[in-house]
Design a protein around this ligand. Sequence first.
Ligand code: AMP
Ligand code: GLY
Length: 436
Amino acid sequence: MKILVIGSGAREHAIVRALDRSTQDKKIYCLASNMNPGIAEACDEILVCNINDSDFVSNYAKEAGINLAIVGPENPLANGVADVLWKTGVKVVGPKKDLARIETSKAFTRDLLAEYKIPGGPTYHTFNSIEGVADFLDGLGENYVVKYDGLAGGKGVKVAGDHLHSHNEALDYCKELVEKGGEFVIEEKFMGQEFSLMSFCDGDHLKHMPAVQDHKRAYEGDAGPNTGGMGTYSDANHGLPFLTDSDIVQAHEINAATAKALKNKFGEGYKGILYGGFMATSNGVKLIEYNARFGDPEAMNVLPLLDSDFIEICKGITGGTLDKVDVCFKNKATVCKYAVPEGYPVAPVKGEPIDVSKIENPDGLFYASVEIKDGQLVESGSRTVAVIGIADSISEAEKIAEKEISAVKGPLFHRTDIGTNELVQKRIDHMNSIRN
Ligand code: AMP
Ligand code: GLY
């Protein structure tokens, strides 16, 4: 079996490792955006190219005789890489362009939930001009969010209280979006704790992964600018300490209803990872957004816990037989921490050497935005390397992750608070205070 992984961050490093653990006869190929040394070591061939060029990707797959492809990031999905690969006879884990709109269009997702009466959606309205915006904001009062309707790397969303401090500021942002020629969604702001719940999906059946909490803000205590995600944790029981069993069931049900709605709407099913970004609130679980792929860092939390054969799961996804595939995760807690360049995300240093030689467990190290320059590992400006701690409790896993990430040397920083007892307790206290 010849398997192609598209993408070359820490998430794809985790995907390659999960494939590599399978005892099946296989060859692993990677089309990469950067020369990730961890992926290069674990796979048979890696090629740096434009992974968003669907013709290039499909020609490569044809020539290499690829049977199965796994698309890591969202941009190739938005560019129809899955569509072109299926046409050339390659089975793909990752939805076709139309179905990937679940991530690429905020308005599409809100409309889908509303049309199929799936719970968890906010009051919202889609605009392409400034007309009616002021009235709609008045209706929402102080609890509103403005979202640019397209892929913006997390930078298109502005939340009242965090980024916008008055209706005038909100109107200015909306005018900016109108001038850019874009549509935007204004929606009700939810209050609570966020979590990620990813499901493997074959179009008809879903198998759910453990819940994970990500930390988007750059600095300790959730201060500073938004990032791709500084670190994550998951619990041994596959829930989270601030969630109830009912919260997890609601998230499962929303993912299942969304997959069903997508199949109904497009006549063909969603084959890939359905990643729900949820908020637990005093009024049940709400959907913040969908992603059409594994989360990064979330993939590093869940894939190392997978006891089942990842290649079998991928075959189940593409073949529509996921209900017959065993999907089991170890009952362990995990903490993942990223080291990022000084100045990230606003003005990151680039090209500086980093040293990972003091890491104790190389299997828990995932390479991301790095390059090899003159034989030396250097950071290339985005999230640099991630480490994972795995233990019986979040607290123990945090100690492992903290020790390992602190052993990575270079002009980098990381969040020491992610996964600590103090931070987790704050999440629990927050949920208790809003539930009562
Ligand atoms: P998104 O790109 O839709 O995930 O939005 C980025 C971030 O904005 C999310 O991780 C949330 O922290 C926040 N956010 C988005 N929508 C809402 C909402 N309706 N209520 C509260 N926070 C939101
Ligand atoms: N962890 C956030 C994301 O993957 O989008």
